[in-house]
Design a protein. Structure first.
Length: 709
């Protein structure tokens, strides 16, 4: 973790006043709170008036962890005050931002994995509250299970009410902190690993990109087929010798009998004795009724309010003692979650993550094991937030019994308070109601009912500004207070000038049952658009990412979309979500660049010539445009519309680009030192459309060539 400067903490009253005025203070002086680098030119331009950096008086990121099989990079944020967050539950409040970075070279270089956020309010309670946030992280480097494991360093930068800038892994938050943790990338397990061994034997070394291409072309090979079965007692004894405690080595062979009160077989007893594992000593150690955190420890637990998911961070502390390396099946770290809503502990479920013997980096490795839960019956009406206490029990290699007071022989326990978010506006307590929460990755409360345009932070970290939607627009949401009946559902849409009709596209989903993700499920609408609804809270089965489906608009203009469900158990009983208004933009920007001097497009020009032309970038939702020359040419300069610009661009910062786009002229001045060559003038235009639920802006490009010689 980067060094944190030791600063004198402001009093609670002083700090709350500074937080409430933060935006105004930063507008007046962008360096009001100071920066760490005293030699920075920024410090010369703007003199700091206070030094409040890395302040964790109000919020702190306490754990960073990863679950390799589902690629979930997670952070737990602890909220420490009851006020200082810009308003109560019925106000906009403020935001806590977490930007993730990952390094494959132990911090020498970093890759930006995006920013996530959650809303926070004044609750009037001094109790700490713990929130979980996550992003999907697909490692760019992996290795086969018999090779050196890939153990990236993950970083989370927490910042209150100020988005950590992209591509800035050393950025310093005013309110918040930075935390690093080593994580483990899941190993490659396909046929490529067998092929790689053969190629190495004949002296052929493949790089990461080549392996990726070959792996995609080869048929998959299930890890369960290639992974070694759990080690026998003989193998465990040989593997660990005297380096691992007897009651750790023998735990897996006596725990089932111990906790089910079954008798140890003669064969088991003789096997333990053969390898100098005293059964009485093992049982005595396991019956001490105290947590042992020598090998693993649960350190943080929190609730992700947006996905109703509990998650906790597990710290792995030893190189060995986890029943085998990455080519084996390893062992399980189980997390049993409980919540107290005011009437005692309620069992919410148990999840797990697989761990192995791995040479540890400094600080150990950090894993997590999320659990999707149902909180509908505990959610209050809109604006009325609730609170609960969470307890998680960590247990190595033994499925915990349903007992909130159980003491695991290997593991421990952690607790924290969490916020139960209110029901959405328009959903009443106890009401069976489907509800669209995200459209195209945007929270629906950030989409104007009047214009259908989105404004605010997208779930992937970019900020939408008066943005329409285009391409594959996903529909995600919840079916509140769902009972145990069987249901089917469909997505209904109204396009400009058309009557209401069903979306007939196939839907590809996965389900999650107690943390076990299903293979891909294909849902094919029938003649009326109906598809089976696979979520069933009674069996703790949920649709991954709350995905209902997607719609690809084919024309510009206002659209309306909603979800309908039918109760198949009762028959003829229907439930409908709210209508969500959105504006579609299906067209990329219209761009063109033309050379008008000399020989025009594809003409020949002597060095030192000024080459001129026209351009246009037209789009109803224009964002930016740029002109550039390739290859880079020494001794040249650009002007656009008579304005010299080093950026060669119109955008919101350099020269504002009108909403409908722009046309004009450009001039490229060459010099006698500009190398003779064939060149291209490129125009690039982008708009503000949320494309495919994941990209900010359509992009259009066009080149025109010329020769200099």
């Amino acid at each position: 973790m980067p060094s944190t400067p030791k600063l004198k903490a402001a009093s609670t009253v002083e700090a709350a006043d500074l937080r409430s005025k933060q935006q105004i203070l930063l507008l007046k002086n962008p360096n009001y709170f100071g920066i760490q680098d005293k030699e920075s030119p920024f410090n010369q331009l703007f003199k700091p008036e206070l030094e409040i950096l890395y302040n964790t008086q109000y919020e702190e990121v306490t754990c960073v962890s990863y679950k390799p099989d589902v690629q979930r990079l997670s952070a737990i944020v602890k909220i420490k005050q009851g006020a200082g967050y810009n308003g109560g539950p019925c106000t906009p409040g403020s935001k806590e931002y977490v930007r993730f970075y990952v390094s494959y070279d132990n911090g020498a270089s970093w890759e930006d994995e995006g920013v996530v956020d959650f809303n926070i309010h004044d609750f009037g309670s001094a109790d700490d509250l713990c929130y979980e946030v996550f992003t999907s992280f697909v490692p760019k480097k992996r290795s086969c299970c018999d090779k050196k494991p890939v153990l990236p360093l993950a970083r989370a930068i927490l910042s209150w009410n100020q988005v950590p800038p992209a591509g800035s892994p050393f950025w310093i938050p005013i309110w918040g902190n930075v935390l690093d943790a080593h994580i483990q990338a899941a190993p490659r397990t396909g046929i490529i690993c067998l092929l790689d061994d053969i190629l190495v034997d004949v002296g052929v070394k493949l790089d990461e990109k080549q392996i990726d291409l070959i792996e995609k072309a080869l048929p998959p090979l299930d890890f369960a087929v290639t992974a070694k079965e759990n080690y026998s007692l003989a193998e465990i004894a040989k593997l660990y010798g005297k380096d691992i405690e007897p009651h750790r080595k023998g735990f897996g062979f006596v725990s089932n009998a111990l906790f089910t009160k079954a008798a140890i077989s003669v064969e088991q007893y003789q096997a333990l004795k053969q390898y100098e594992l005293n059964l009485d000593e093992i049982i005595a150690a396991l019956q001490q009724l105290q947590f042992n955190t020598t090998y693993e420890e649960v350190t943080c637990v929190g609730l992700n309010r947006e996905s109703d998911t509990l998650n906790a961070a597990i710290h792995i502390k030893r190189n060995a003692g986890y029943s085998g390396n990455l080519c084996s099946k390893g062992s399980k770290e189980y997390l049993a979650y409980y919540m107290d809503f005011g009437g005692g502990w309620v069992y919410m479920g148990t999840s797990s993550v697989t761990v192995h013997d791995i040479p540890l980096p400094e600080g150990g490795l950090w894993y997590n094991a999320p659990l999707k839960i149902v909180l509908d019956k505990y959610q209050k009406e809109w604006c009325q937030t609730g609170k609960a206490r969470v307890r998680v029990i960590l247990s190595w290699n033994q499925l915990p019994p349903v007992d909130p007071n159980w003491v695991a022989p290997w593991g421990d326990r952690e607790e924290c308070n969490v916020e139960i978010k209110p029901l959405p506006d328009g959903v009443n307590p106890g009401q069976l109601k489907p509800f669209i929460e995200l459209l195209g990755g945007m929270p629906v409360d950030l989409i104007s009912n009047a214009t259908g345009e989105a404004n605010g932070l997208h779930t992937l970290g970019f900020t939408a500004v008066e943005s329409p939607f285009g391409g594959n627009t996903t529909v995600r949401g919840r079916f509140f207070n769902q009972n145990t009946h069987s249901f089917r559902y469909r997505i209904r849409v109204i396009e400009p000038g058309l009557a209401e009709h069903s979306v007939m596209s196939k839907v590809f989903i996965k389900t999650d049952t107690f943390g076990v993700i299903s293979p891909l499920i294909t849902l094919t609408p029938d003649a009326n658009g109906w598809m089976p609804y696979h979520a069933n809270p009674a069996s703790n089965t949920f649709i991954v990412d709350d995905l209902f489906g997607a719609f690809v608009p084919s024309q510009n203009g206002l659209h309306y979309i909603r979800i309908e469900l039918e109760d198949l158990t009762l028959g003829g009983v229907f439930y409908s979500s709210q209508w969500v208004t959105f504006r579609a933009d299906v067209n990329a920007p219209d761009v063109d660049v033309t050379i008008t001097t000399g020989g025009g497009d594809c003409g020949d020009f002597p060095p030192g010539t000024s080459i001129s032309g026209t351009y246009h970038m037209l789009d109803s939702d224009s964002k930016a445009m740029s002109l550039m020359i390739t290859p880079a040419a020494a001794g040249t300069s650009f002007t656009i519309d008579g304005l010299p610009t080093a950026s060669l661009a119109y955008d919101s910062v350099v020269f504002p680009l009108p909403n409908a786009g722009k046309s004009g002229t450009w001039t490229l001045a060459t010099s006698a030192t500009t190398p003779p060559c064939g060149y291209n003038i490129w125009i690039t235009g982008t708009d503000r459309t949320i494309v495919g639920s994941s990209q900010y802006g359509y992009i259009s490009q066009m080149p025109k060539g010329f020769c200099l010689g």
